[in-house]
Structure formats: structure tokens, C-alpha cells
Design a protein around this ligand. Structure first.
Ligand code: G1P
Length: 289
């Protein structure tokens, strides 16, 4: 079944970027000339996604406005004959069909995904994209995950290899490699110690989940901290003897949820930018001296 919808949880408070995120959503922080969330939406659309369900919270209005039309701005740009800017802002509003639903309590990423359920058909697999991860590649990472889904017909998780000492901040998988970039996953450990980690393959915020995982998620009880995590549903699935698939995608991943990752995205995507790339390169070269 073709994956047409993506759920993007964007309810997090962005405390790592305070005070920048005191009065604006962290997803609206700009990388070169676009908010982080627009890169993620464009990647989804380039992969074939037609509908995007944002799971928002208080203080996230700017995301809704960004993907809506702004008639007043369009009118003014038209009057001033700013054709390029006009077509760009119109294009953003037409990237996909957008829906917004609120998560009114911070009860975990699994709970956020369940908030989007009214927009998802019972038998429909969906993509889940976290609002922090930009992946730069000609073939979008999500498209690569979709290809794995098409081949094996089960849930797929985006994987990245990191030095073993860094695994404890992430979900870490264990399993066997079945082709150059695909893993059959039979273990999923959320934020393990280095010693407990089954591998150095970490989970990043892109998934394709089947209705079976969604149903398990809906039945899963929140953990001791009151949060319901996607990781718990993955583990419940593995406990039934089934497997998940992992896709070690091709592409450069920028974790824009932390300051260094965000700055790396600025520099590297800036260097590729047709308007400023060359000048930025010159500037950086002079800095080195
Ligand atoms: C979540 C997931 C974790 C994953 C990470 C990627 O953790 O639970 O498995 O590795 O995102 O960013 P969080 O960063 O929300 O604590």
C-alpha cells in the first residue's frame, strides 16, 4: 500500500535552544533561508507524501501560518512585482495537504502519534518524521525507507552508524544485515548504556509504521514517567516474534535538535546554496587563516 501520509510531532518545547525558542517554535529556526520544518516537509513531499499531519501544542501557531496562504503578503508582493518571492511563498502553502492536531499534554512521542489517529485510515501505513532531522540527499531518506517497506511489507526505521561511545542518547538496534543498507531488526533498546547496546546502529527520527504497530501503540501502557514511547510499541512487536526493518539511508543527516548539528546544517547547506554558497566558501577559507 502506498504511503501517502506523514505524521510530524512538533509539540516539544525546544528547551535546548532557549532563549531562541522562548516565543517561537524550535522547528521554525532558520537554516540559511528556510525554517527547519520546511526542509522536512519538502523531503516528505519529494518522497511522495501528499498529506501531513502536524501534532502541535501551545506556542506552535507559526508552523500553521507558515504552511497556510498569506493573502495580504501575496497582495503586497504582487504590487511590488516581487515575482520570485511571491511564487516561493505560494509554493510553500501548496506543498501538501496539511492538518493540525493538538497534543495538550507532553506524554511522549507515542502519545503524539496517537493524537494523529483521527486523520489516518485503519489499514493505512504512515510515515513518522521528527521535526529536528534534516537529511540531505538526492533520493530522500524517506523514499529509501519506502523502498524497504515496498520490498518487505513491514515497519521500517531509519538507522545511522555512530561511534559506540555515543549510542546512549538514542534508540539502538540489534539484528542482522540482509543487504547493503537493510537490517532485519530483532532488538530495540531505548537509550542503553554503551555496554548494553546491541550495536552502534542508532535510530533517528524517521519511521514507517504499519497499522499493527499503531494498534500495539494504542494498547501500550505509559511507562513509569507517564510517557508513551514509540520504542515501547516496537518492543511489544518484537516480543511477538515479528521483526522490524532498518534502513541505513544514504545522505547527510543534520540533527537540528542540538546546537552543533544546527550550526553544521547552516554551514554545509549554506555552502550548497546557489545565492551565497561561493561567498560563504571564501569567507570560511579566510577564517581558517
Ligand atoms: C527519540 C527516540 C529514540 C531516537 C531519537 C532520535 O528520542 O525515542 O529512539 O533515537 O528520538 O532523535 P528523544 O530524542 O526524543 O529522547
Amino acid at each position: 500500500m502506498k504511503i501517502r501520509k506523514a505524521i510530524i510531532p512538533v509539540a516539544g518545547m525546544g528547551t535546548r535552544f532557549l532563549p531562541a525558542t522562548k516565543a517561537q517554535p524550535k522547528e521554525m529556526l532558520t537554516v540559511v533561508d528556510k525554517p527547519v520544518i520546511q526542509y522536512i516537509v519538502e523531503e516528505a513531499v519529494a518522497s511522495g507524501i501528499e498529506e501531513i499531519i502536524f501534532v502541535t501544542a501551545i506556542g506552535k501557531r507559526a508552523i500553521e501560518d507558515h504552511f497556510d496562504r498569506n493573502f495580504e503578503l501575496e497582495y503586497r508582493l504582487e504590487q511590488k512585482k516581487k515575482e520570485k518571492e511571491l511564487s516561493e511563498i505560494k509554493r510553500v502553502g501548496k506543498l501538501a495537504k496539511f492538518a493540525f492536531v493538538r497534543q495538550n499534554k507532553p506524554l511522549g512521542d507515542g502519545h503524539a502519534v496517537l493524537c494523529a489517529l483521527p486523520f489516518v485510515e485503519k489499514h493505512e501505513p504512515v510515515a513518522i518524521l521528527f521535526g529536528d532531522d534534516i537529511i540531505d540527499n538526492k533520493v530522500p531518506a524517506l523514499k529509501q525507507l519506502m523502498d524497504v517497506y515496498d520490498k518487505y511489507g513491514d515497519s521500517v526505521i531509519a538507522l545511522e552508524e555512530v561511534p559506540k561511545k555515543n549510542v546512549s542518547r538514542y534508540g539502538v538496534i540489534g539484528g542482522k544485515k540482509i543487504d547493503a543498507k537493510t537490517w532485519e531488526i530483532n532488538q530495540f533498546k531505548e537509550k542503553p548504556t554503551v555496554a548494553e547496546a546491541p550495536s552502534n546502529l542508532i535510530v533517528i527520527g524517521q519511521y514507517i509504521i504499519t497499522p499493527e504497530i499503531m494498534n500495539l501503540l494504542a494498547k501500550t501502557k505509559p511507562g513509569k514517567d507517564g510517557e508513551l514511547r514509540l520504542a515501547d510499541a516496537f518492543n511489544a512487536y518484537l516480543a511477538t516474534g515479528r521483526v522490524l526493518y532498518g534502513c541505513k539511508f544514504e545522505g547527510k543527516h543534520y540533527d537540528c535538535g542540538n546546537k552543533l548539528g544546527f550550526l553544521k546544517a547552516q554551514v554545509e547547506l549554506g555552502l550548497k546554496h546557489p545565492e551565497i554558497g561561493k561567498d560563504l566558501k571564501k569567507y570560511l577559507k579566510n577564517l581558517e587563516k
